[in-house]
Design a protein around this ligand. Structure first.
Ligand SMILES: Cc1cc2nc3c(=O)[nH]c(=O)nc-3n(C[C@H](O)[C@H](O)[C@H](O)COP(=O)(O)OP(=O)(O)OC[C@H]3O[C@@H](n4cnc5c(N)ncnc54)[C@H](O)[C@@H]3O)c2cc1C
Ligand SMILES: NC(=O)C1=CN([C@@H]2O[C@H](COP(=O)(O)OP(=O)(O)OC[C@H]3O[C@@H](n4cnc5c(N)ncnc54)[C@H](OP(=O)(O)O)[C@@H]3O)[C@@H](O)[C@H]2O)C=CC1
Ligand SMILES: C=C(O[C@H]1[C@H](O)[C@@H](CO)O[C@H](OP(=O)(O)OP(=O)(O)OC[C@H]2O[C@@H](n3ccc(=O)[nH]c3=O)[C@H](O)[C@@H]2O)[C@@H]1NC(C)=O)C(=O)O
Length: 332
């Protein structure tokens, strides 16, 4: 099942009157129309199809709002039902436990919109827009500034929260401002300076603010062929150096100083180390790949083993970049 099929399964737009709420029981699964919207909240939705790792147990409840109103209604619903909220972009930096996630999982991938302002060189993008699509669109316009981000398979919201980066550039270099939704349902605009950006970090990580859209400052006016060529070079470099052919979360660990995590892991003799179907990639040791049928528990244990070995040998604690969600245990 592709991610978009999985999302479509959750947010099939029902043909109902506004404000009508109904509950449908089918076995243990429930579907509830989000009050005042055409969006369905479903129970016990498998999250494996929502993550690039292709692992993860069920969300207690899951919703994929298509617009700001439905997102606000989702938050309100969670509050009235006293459910915790977990936000999922494209799930490309997540390891979700086999036991799943309690509360309400909000999938942002259907929040789609972008606007290129030819006068200012700013592009304003909804949180659910895929970053790679934006990169190619900017290149096709002859706008520079996003070439480095090609091949980062997340949403704009996830990239803003993670301060995604590559090739010595990152989101903080181009971000002007973001709009976030607060738990009380109100919206706030934050400038780059207010986001506490540093390497793969922002104050949005672990906060309850949900990114709804972001504005980036790019440089229009270059020849599209030139920007496309640079973008293609970056993409090719990735394909040559990273294992794109197997499910992963990208780099598992942030790079410590002075050595890159991949170097430390390779020098520790861990390339190819495998538990179940989770393996330290041969092509890049800071990638742990799902060779087919891995569990989150397998991946979690490879992460733990790599941390232990690197710490023993180099006295360096590798800090995960991947966000681990839920409880990790052998059996759920
Ligand atoms: C093959 C591969 C290559 C990669 N290469 C890179 C790379 O070069 N550089 C890099 O930095 N990363 C890379 N990554 C990691 C990942 O793609 C990035 O971290 C990406 O920015 C995550 O975006 P996402 O939408 O998938 O976020 P998710 O993984 O869904 O979420 C990440 C975090 O952000 C939060 N979040 C997501 N959306 C929102 C929102 N709208 N509001 C509030 N919180 C939100 C989530 O709750 C979670 O805590 C790679 C991953 C893969 C699989
Ligand atoms: N290992 C892993 O876990 C995962 C790896 N990936 C990899 O991440 C990368 C990003 O994935 P994805 O989001 O599909 O992004 P892609 O970069 O493959 O495509 C995103 C969008 O950009 C367009 N595009 C792609 N190439 C060009 C081009 N040369 N010129 C103009 N437009 C182009 C595509 O258009 P069109 O549809 O017309 O091609 C598509 O709409 C891919 O390499 C994918 O294989 C993705 C998810 C998980
Ligand atoms: C993939 C991610 O981001 C990537 C980003 O795509 C690339 C490209 O700019 O640069 C970072 O990788 P990286 O630091 O591993 O970059 P690389 O150039 O591949 O490797 C760095 C150094 O480690 C060495 N290296 C790498 C892998 C390996 O198996 N063995 C090894 O010795 C390389 O030879 C190089 O000297 C980001 N990773 C981090 C943790 O910062 C991500 O964050 O998920």
């Amino acid at each position: 099942m592709t991610i978009s099929q999985a999302v479509a399964n959750v947010c099939k737009v029902p043909n109902i009157n506004d404000n009508r709420q109904l509950t449908a029981n089918s076995g243990e699964r429930q579907e509830i129309y989000l009050p005042g919207t055409d969006c369905v909240i479903k129970s016990q939705v498998s999250l494996a199809g929502y993550t690039s790792y292709r692992v993860g147990g069920p969300a207690q409840w899951c919703v994929a709002p298509r617009n700001l109103e439905a997102l606000q209604a989702s938050i309100q619903y969670a509050q009235t039902q006293e459910l915790s909220v977990t936000v999922l972009g494209a799930g490309s930096n997540l390891l979700i436990s086999d036991c799943g996630i309690p509360g309400l999982v909000i999938v942002t991938r259907h929040l789609r919109h972008n606007n290129f302002d030819l006068e200012t060189g700013q592009v304003t993008v909804a949180a659910g827009e895929p970053l790679p699509g934006l990169v190619w669109a900017a290149a096709a316009h002859g706008w520079q500034g996003l070439e480095w981000a090609v091949g980062i398979p997340g949403t704009v919201g996830g990239a803003v929260v993670m301060n995604a980066g590559a090739h010595s550039s990152c989101i903080a270099d181009i971000l002007s401002s973001v709009e976030v939704l607060l738990p009380d349902g109100s919206l706030e605009t934050l400038t780059r300076e207010q986001l506490g950006y540093s390497y793969r970090t922002s104050i949005l990580q672990g906060s309850k603010k949900i990114v709804t859209k972001a504005t980036f400052q790019l440089q229009p006016g270059a020849a599209p062929e030139h920007v496309l060529a640079v973008t293609k070079q970056h993409k090719q470099h990735r394909l040559n150096t990273q294992p794109y052919h197997l499910p992963s979360c990208g780099s598992v660990f942030r790079n410590p100083k002075p050595h890159a995590a991949g170097w430390l892991i390779e020098q520790s003799g861990l390339k190819g180390y495998q538990i179940g179907k989770a393996q330290v990639a041969q092509r890049h040791a800071n990638f742990i790949v799902n060779c087919g049928g891995a569990s989150a528990w397998d991946i979690f244990n490879v992460i733990r083993h790599v941390q232990q070995e690197v710490q023993e040998r180099w006295a360096i604690v590798l800090e995960p970049e991947v966000k681990m969600i839920g409880e990790f245990q052998a059996a759920c």
